[in-house]
Design a protein around this ligand. Structure first.
Ligand SMILES: *[C@@H]1O[C@H](CO)[C@@H](O)[C@H](O)[C@H]1NC(C)=O
Length: 481
């Protein structure tokens, strides 16, 4: 039952998880089962898994929704949907698997003084089930994440996701990474299922009666193409100073000592990276297999909060507000989204058919975070540093809630007719992970398209990746023109 729980998507998996937790607590009273009582622990730590959070854990209460054809009593009709989507649940990367093996080797080399029972011995005996070929690929659960997301969005916007639009007017752009291309294909499978209820989706893209995915790394992996970002952040050994300092700080040191004692290994054989990979393994086992991993038993909630902060610190300095170039490098993508909406507005005004009623863009957490930062979302008053862990307890910048697996930012463009005046207008509503995202600057839940463009006009007109991403020292004269 509990192995199956992980494969059931959406609401049903939460019901199943609840049932599992219930069973687990029941069995605890009657008969102790080594693997079962942990269900409660896994769900207790899962709010702190950062970018390795399951979509359903970040979004409790996602059910089918009524179609939104009739917002404001029929006055507004959706004319276009542009969605930026992170790939679904994935395997660990080769690098993470390598570190896990390293940690496993540390456990296996525990001295003869260390006992034969206890968590350290148990983890040392357990074979690792991760293999090199997995390297960041989309897992079954990830395919499901995408099919389910597609079906929910199609049910919510049935006219936009019509069969006809799918066949000829859908645009699907993706990062070249395997997990993103697969996510795009899985999404198309979900649309196919929406149009053919009850039938299993085809495996081959050619049979999906939909426009196939196109790869565009310049757009979806802009961070790989931004020279200045690469020089100043990605390849710069001091750019992540706060991440490194936090790894050596008192909060991490406390966990190191505690974990060393729990696992009965010398504290010198451990470091922050190995602790982090143990925590990741807890999250991967839950997200991929739907099981409560024994690796979770290494940590309590306070540890998980510290490790969440470590993960958020890295995202903050590498993808968020830490450096301006992190978000500025995404302005081409931001502009691309608005170009699609501009075109739809123009076509609609000329009473033409909108040529791209659905635009789907598949990328990474590293694609979404800079764009959300560019738009001013989840910005805390104080920066996240190595030294203000306590003060940042209630921070907005919490990657598990912003960019879990399958996270998505959707722009819905509406055409509205005002009954009293002959005036027609275009409105935009944004959804983050399928929930209305109020505007960062006004907290309104919907706004005029013109107002949105005005608010972001500096970015729309004044941000040019070719200039932003130029490394300053290479071209200091042209800067002064
Ligand atoms: C690396 O990052 C540090 C800290 O932000 C900065 O002072 C330095 O200029 C950066 N180095 C390069 C080559 O950009």
């Amino acid at each position: 039952m509990w192995r199956r729980a992980g494969r059931l998507p959406g609401a049903s998996s939460r019901v199943a998880a609840l049932a599992v937790a219930l069973l687990a607590s029941l069995s605890r009273c009657s008969r102790p089962e080594p693997s079962e009582p942990g269900a409660a622990v896994a769900s207790a730590l899962s709010p702190y898994f950062g970018t390795k959070t399951r979509y359903e854990d970040a979004q409790p209460g996602l059910g089918p929704r009524a179609a939104e054809e009739d917002r404001e009593g029929g006055a507004c009709t959706p004319v276009q949907l542009v969605a930026l989507i992170r790939h679904g649940t994935r395997y660990p990367t080769a690098k993470q698997i390598r570190k896990l093996r390293q940690l496993h080797a540390v456990l296996q080399s525990r001295g003869p003084g260390a006992g034969d029972d206890g968590l350290g011995a148990d983890l040392a005996r357990r074979p690792l089930w991760y293999a090199d070929w997995m390297d960041g690929q989309l897992v079954d659960k990830g395919w499901q994440d995408m099919r389910q997301l597609a079906r929910r969005l199609a049910a919510r916007f049935p006219a936009l996701f019509s069969r006809h639009n799918c066949r000829s007017r859908l645009r699907l752009v993706t990062s070249s990474k395997h997990r993103c291309v697969d996510s795009g294909v899985a999404f198309l499978q979900g649309l196919w299922q929406h149009h053919h209820p009850g039938l299993p989706p085809p495996d081959d893209v050619a049979d999906m009666e939909c426009v196939p995915p196109r790869i565009n790394d310049k757009l979806m992996r802009f961070f790989d193409h931004c020279e200045r970002f690469l020089n100043e952040v990605e390849k710069n050994t001091t750019a992540l100073y706060h991440v490194e300092a936090f790894k050596k700080g008192p909060e991490m040191q406390k966990i190191l000592n505690k974990v060393a004692a729990t696992l009965q290994v010398p504290v010198n054989n451990l470091n922050a990276d190995l602790i982090q990979v143990a925590f990741f393994t807890c999250s991967f086992d839950l997200a991929i297999k739907g099981i409560k991993s024994p690796w979770c038993d290494v940590f309590d909630i306070d540890d998980a909060k510290v490790l969440e902060y470590l993960n958020d610190l890295k995202q903050y300095w590498k993808r968020g507000y830490g450096y301006t170039i992190n978000s500025r490098s995404s302005c081409t993508l931001f502009q691309d989204i608005f170009q699609h909406m501009d075109k739809a507005v123009e076509e609609n005004q000329r009473s033409q058919q909108v040529s791209s009623p659905v635009v789907l863009q598949f990328g990474h957490a590293e694609t979404l975070l800079p764009l959300l930062s560019l738009m001013g979302y989840f910005k805390d008053k104080e920066p996240l540093t190595a030294y203000n862990y306590k003060e940042q307890t209630h921070r907005k910048f919490r990657s598990g809630q912003i960019v879990p697996y399958a996270s998505n930012l959707v722009f819905v463009l509406y055409h509205c007719k005002n009954a009293k005046t002959p005036k027609e207008e275009f409105q935009v509503q944004m959804l983050l992970n399928e929930k209305v995202l109020p505007l960062a600057y006004s907290q309104e839940t919907v706004c005029l398209y013109e107002d949105l463009k005005n608010h972001y006009q500096d970015i729309l007109q004044g941000c040019h990746a070719s200039e932003e991403c130029e490394s300053p020292k290479m071209n200091s004269t042209s800067d002064e023109l």
